[in-house]
Design a protein around this ligand. Structure first.
Ligand SMILES: Nc1ncnc2c1ncn2[C@@H]1O[C@H](COP(=O)(O)OP(=O)(O)OP(=O)(O)O)[C@@H](O)[C@H]1O
Ligand SMILES: [Mg+2]
Length: 259
């Protein structure tokens, strides 16, 4: 049976201000969803809330995944359950290579244990084999694994790192928050191709963006429009094209009019 992420009436505040105002959304393994909406509508707030960021206070609602309300779980437990959350602004960790970072992440998420001596967890040979396979699948240069995490990475390379991490963790549901500013066409293409390569019956994807252009590369099964902390319209990929042509005005007015 396909795993489903079910968000029910989610309300979240940031620094005392209510941002998510009763959000409902269901994402199944095997489906690609795009969540779109104007700046400040609360898209990233949703991503951070799903991740369990301490700054985002859940005021109400539930998020169910595999029979658990994940809002009650720590971020690492959410990841072990099969959720992947890519960050809008990934941090740099100088001195930690991509490969080491990925091995730590794979061990943490896929249940392996480390004993502090570098032993335990996924055997190094198996890890290397998997890393090579995934990098070939994503057509990434081998030298990339030796780079230090995000240290001096271009926007495109950061995206590549994110997609590689997603490939290694093999999540059931991946949530990708794509910022508009600074995401050049190259980075956009990397994310889109990665999603197209990795998405399939075993992975569901929620792409958060307000950049309609990403949808020229990824064809979502469902498109949702978020305004003022709620999803106020949902449809197929045609909705994205309509948004591209008309913008969000109609939806913003609709939300403001309360109807
Ligand atoms: N850490 C924070 N501290 C203070 N306010 C915040 C914080 N995070 C979000 N907000 C506020 O919450 C609202 C929604 O912001 P959010 O970043 O979720 O919007 P968004 O839909 O992701 O916008 P964008 O399209 O620009 O990425 C904004 O008014 C923002 O100022
Ligand atoms: Mg955002």
């Amino acid at each position: 049976m396909a795993s489903t992420l079910t968000i029910k009436d989610l309300r979240v505040s940031v620094e005392g201000k209510l941002i998510l105002k009763g959000l409902n959304l269901e994402v199944k393994q095997g489906e690609i969803h795009a969540l779109m909406g104007p700046n400040g509508s609360g898209k990233s707030t949703l991503a951070y809330s799903l991740m369990g960021h301490p700054k985002y206070k859940v005021e109400g609602g539930e998020v169910w995944f595999k029979g658990q309300n994940i809002l009650e779980l720590a971020p690492d437990e959410r990841a072990r359950l099969g959720l992947f959350l890519a960050f809008q602004y990934p941090i740099a960790i100088p001195g930690v290579s991509m490969a080491n970072f990925l091995r730590t992440a794979v061990n943490a998420v896929k249940g392996g244990k480390t004993n502090g001596n570098g032993g335990g967890g996924i055997p190094i040979a198996e890890f290397r084999k998997m890393l090579t396979e995934k990098m070939e699948l994503l057509q990434m240069d081998k030298s990339f694994a030796r780079r230090y995490l995000n240290d001096g990475f271009s926007g495109g390379e950061k995206k590549r790192a994110e997609i590689l991490q997603m490939a290694m963790l093999e999540p059931e549901i991946a949530i990708l928050d794509e910022t508009d500013s600074g995401l050049d066409i190259d980075a956009l293409r990397i994310v889109s191709e990665g999603v197209n390569t990795l998405a399939g019956p075993h992975m569901g994807v929620l792409i958060i963006t307000h950049y309609q252009r990403i949808l020229n590369y990824v064809k979502p099964d469902f498109v949702h429009v978020m305004v003022d902390g709620q999803i106020i319209a949902s449809g197929g990929s045609e909705l994205a094209h309509q948004l591209e042509a008309e913008g969000y005005d109609r939806y913003v007015k609709q939300a403001a009019g309360g109807s």
